[in-house]
Design a protein around this ligand. Structure first.
Ligand code: HEM
Length: 490
């Protein structure tokens, strides 16, 4: 029987080559900048094609809400990779699992462990680790803050997942975190275009393992990673809460896993994915915060004034957050000014849908370019300037600059795939930046001639999905003479 299908009608976009389309113009680094550049000549919504793959680009908050929020039932899939998705991870990484039952069950368990109420269980641990970060910066001459920030963020998410000791206290935890980072690097590389031929020529997956080195590597990688994740998960599951404090995700969601039918293997991979999704993203945000403090010292001074009034000689805690609206605004402004996942993670149309006069075929990749949304002059005048005040009303209380919007932090994405760790992430970032501002003046380092080194706000370290500022030196100058006595021990 003849089945009638509508011809696809994607919006226009930049001109490309026959067959290859825009493939050669899509950069591996700084995609968010290129997508923003194309906005100027193609409008808020446009289409690209890369060797047959259709891509719909949304560059305004409104378009992202119209499509990714309002018709999220139709565009909540993810790109699928044979090497990275099937072979190396057995389709178990939540962020890449396709739209469907398994993904829904995994998200429910994540919600159970990291919803806004559940995330409160980690407050004390997050405060401790923020204190340790400050002690490290006080005691060790880190000229570039990246490594210290990375260790602190990794320690926080690791403890929240597996109920383990702090990375700053345990060599074993540090080694495991390093191994985890190696796994994540290998997966990111495998997801790069042209990394593995099998993703271009899918039938290659049927080549017997004995005849394909890449396949043997992928299968071995899966088995080793599966063992590693399961080991961590099983140890975390038995965690009793170190010293009566919060137990980790692995232990607290055991019941939820049973209830929602999530197998121990799926749960172990969910936890592993949460680390992958939660560490580098958070580091990027705090790293950009340090950059902003160097370049906009007046914002730092304003935040410190409020912190001094509210906290005095005690380090800031979660109890103080409501009384520190300027710090809350500073967090939101950091994630607007330089979002650490600036092109978000691509969604994929799991069925055909219509938007305005366009018909978007199933399989189209949908990218919400957060970078562009955050630079919309209608909501963020003078968008390239770091101005926390845009998130404050005339009484100095937090306000949302985009009216009636689902969230005032666009950096967490949209729709059913929206970041499920966002409340936890906000907590980590809040407590780290509040602690840092209370403890230190963050100042420019000087070169050999005593001249201030001013880092650029447009030089990035693009890690594939997350983007950090290019490393820069800076000085953490203690604001109290007796800071060492006020900070918790390592
Ligand atoms: C500054 C910190 C963070 C930022 C900027 C961030 C941003 C994002 C973004 C943009 C997405 C994709 C949303 C979309 O598809 O529209 C995402 C997904 C995700 N995030 Fe986060 N995230 C952060 C921290 C975290 C943390 C701490 C966790 C874990 C506790 C986490 C877990 C996840 C997971 C599991 C996904 C995949 C969700 C899915 O595909 O269904 N993230 N995040």
């Amino acid at each position: 029987a003849y089945k009638f299908t509508r011809p696809s009608r994607l919006p226009p976009g930049p001109k490309g080559l026959p067959l290859l389309g825009n493939a050669l113009d899509i950069p591996l680094n700084g995609l968010f900048l290129k997508l923003d550049e194309w906005k100027a000549t193609n409008g808020e919504v446009y289409a690209l094609s890369a060797a047959g793959q259709k891509i719909l680009v949304l560059t305004s908050a409104k378009a992202a809400a119209d499509v990714l929020d309002r018709i999220s039932g139709s565009c909540s899939d993810r790109p699928s990779f044979i090497m990275m998705g099937d072979i190396m991870t057995g389709r178990l990484m939540v962020s890449g699992v396709s739209h469907g039952d398994k993904w829904r069950r995994m998200r429910r368990v994540i919600h159970e462990g990291f919803n806004i109420r559940a995330a409160e269980a980690y407050y004390q641990m997050q405060e401790e680790e923020a204190g340790r970060l400050c002690r490290v910066l006080l005691e060790q001459p880190y000229v570039q803050p990246g490594v210290a920030l990375q260790r602190a963020a990794a320690s926080i998410i690791w403890r929240a997942l597996y109920d383990a000791p702090s990375l700053f206290q345990s060599h074993e935890v540090e080694e495991r975190v390093n191994h985890m980072n190696e796994i994540l690097d290998a997966l990111l590389s495998a997801a790069m275009p042209l990394a593995y031929m099998v993703d271009l020529i899918p039938v290659m997956k049927y080549i017997p393992t004995s005849m394909a080195k890449w396949k043997a590597y992928g299968e071995r990688f899966f088995k080793d990673t599966d063992d590693f994740f399961e080991g961590l998960y099983q140890a975390g599951r038995l965690g009793k809460g170190e010293g009566g404090k919060a137990r980790g995700f692995a232990a607290t969601t055991e019941e939820a896993c049973k209830q929602f039918g999530v197998s121990p293997q799926e749960a172990a991979w969910t936890a592993g994915t949460l680390f992958g999704a939660g560490a580098e993203t958070t580091v990027g945000a705090v790293h950009f915060f340090c950059l902003a403090m160097l370049l906009y010292p007046e914002a730092m001074k304003a935040a410190q004034k409020q912190i001094d009034e509210v906290c005095g000689s005690h380090p800031p805690t979660f109890k103080d957050r409501e009384r520190l609206p300027y710090v809350q605004a500073l967090l939101k402004e950091t994630m607007r000014w330089r979002p650490s996942v600036p092109a978000s993670i691509p969604h994929v149309a799991n069925e055909e849908f219509t938007y305005k006069e366009w018909v978007i075929p199933k399989g189209t990749m949908v990218i919400g370019n957060v970078w562009s949304m955050n630079r919309d002059p209608a909501f963020f005048p003078d968008f390239d300037k770091f101005r926390p005040e845009r998130f404050l009303d005339e009484k100095g209380q937090v306000r949302a600059p985009i009216p009636d919007y689902h969230d005032d932090i666009l950096a967490y994405g949209h729709g059913r795939r929206i970041c499920p760790g966002r409340d936890f992430a906000n907590n980590t970032i809040y407590v780290e930046i509040a602690y840092l501002l209370w403890a230190f003046d963050i100042e420019k380092a000087k070169d050999a001639n005593g001249v201030d080194i001013t880092p650029s706000d447009m030089e990035f370290a693009d890690k594939g999905l997350t983007v950090h500022p290019k490393e820069f030196p800076c000085v953490f100058k203690p604001r109290q003479e007796n800071l060492s006595e006020l900070l918790p021990p390592i």
